[in-house]
Design a protein around this ligand. Structure first.
Ligand code: ADE
Length: 249
């Protein structure tokens, strides 16, 4: 039992979210933040938990999914303002290093802090600000309970990776590379709301196959794996007491 709580899951692509929304038979919310932004919302009650999925939506100018940090920041702030969640999750896909044990369609929980790569501001104080290193919820017990791997996530604005990005990402100890987690962690940290991420691997960062080709080839398999494991993660989160979400890294 325990107190009522609200759990917000931020997902950048509708195609990542749809299998889970269907499996959980979630109800669609009508334009949760107005028509202009096209951000989508879906909800469902699980015991005492209000579960809300926020999907970043389609860009009105370019007609593609609004992947990336800008839309993630916007959606996170609006979701916090509107729904006052006790816990935030970021679910989606990521690239990962095979050299750190990753395989296609592996599902990882986040670990440690979440940083940005590719943000170079070589002025005292600003370099650290650019990198971020935002705290995340410690979910090591959840990972062991569900038999999921854990990895550090590094966030940037590109699907591929320059040699300098690679050096920075490897140097941060990251196993995973995505385009949203640190932006969401930034806003969650401003509001002191615990957050963690669940990421399924679509491409191997140290493979010779171009990232975009691997991403498109493996996307369906990865989102199926994400669906299966995210449902278990959500079930544990929805049925755990609020106190389980207060310890951050
Ligand atoms: N999402 C899936 N694969 C990715 C990659 N290689 N980089 C950033 N975001 C991703």
């Amino acid at each position: 039992m325990g107190r009522h709580k609200t759990l917000v899951v931020l997902i950048s692509m509708q195609q990542e979210a749809t299998p889970i929304i269907r499996a959980l038979a979630m109800r669609s919310m009508k334009d949760p933040f107005g028509k202009v932004l096209r951000i989508k919302g879906f909800e469902k009650k699980i015991q005492n938990t209000r579960l809300i999925f926020i999907v970043q939506g389609i860009d009105p100018r370019f007609g593609v999914e609004t992947v990336g940090t800008e839309a993630a920041t916007l959606a996170t702030q609006l979701a916090i303002q509107t729904f006052n969640p006790n816990l935030i999750l970021n679910a989606g896909t990521a690239g990962a290093f095979a050299s750190r044990g990753a395989k296609i369609a592996d599902v990882y929980l986040s670990k440690g802090t979440c940083s940005f790569h590719g943000r170079r501001i070589p002025i005292p104080g600003y370099q650290e600000y650019g990198v971020g290193s935002y705290p995340l919820l410690n979910v090591s017990k959840l990972a062991s309970r569900l038999g999921l791997k854990q990895g550090i996530i590094s966030t940037g604005s590109s699907l591929d990776m320059t040699p300098s990005d690679k050096t920075q990402i490897e140097g941060s100890g990251a196993t995973l590379k995505d385009m949203e987690a640190a932006a969401i962690a930034y806003v969650a940290d401003l509001h002191r709301i615990p957050m963690f991420a669940v990421k399924a691997v679509t491409d191997l960062l140290d493979s010779k196959t171009p990232t975009s080709e691997a991403f498109l080839k493996n996307f369906k398999r990865a989102t199926e794996a994400l669906q299966k494991h995210l449902i278990s993660v959500l079930h544990v989160c929805a049925t755990s007491p609020l106190s389980a979400f207060s310890r951050r890294t």
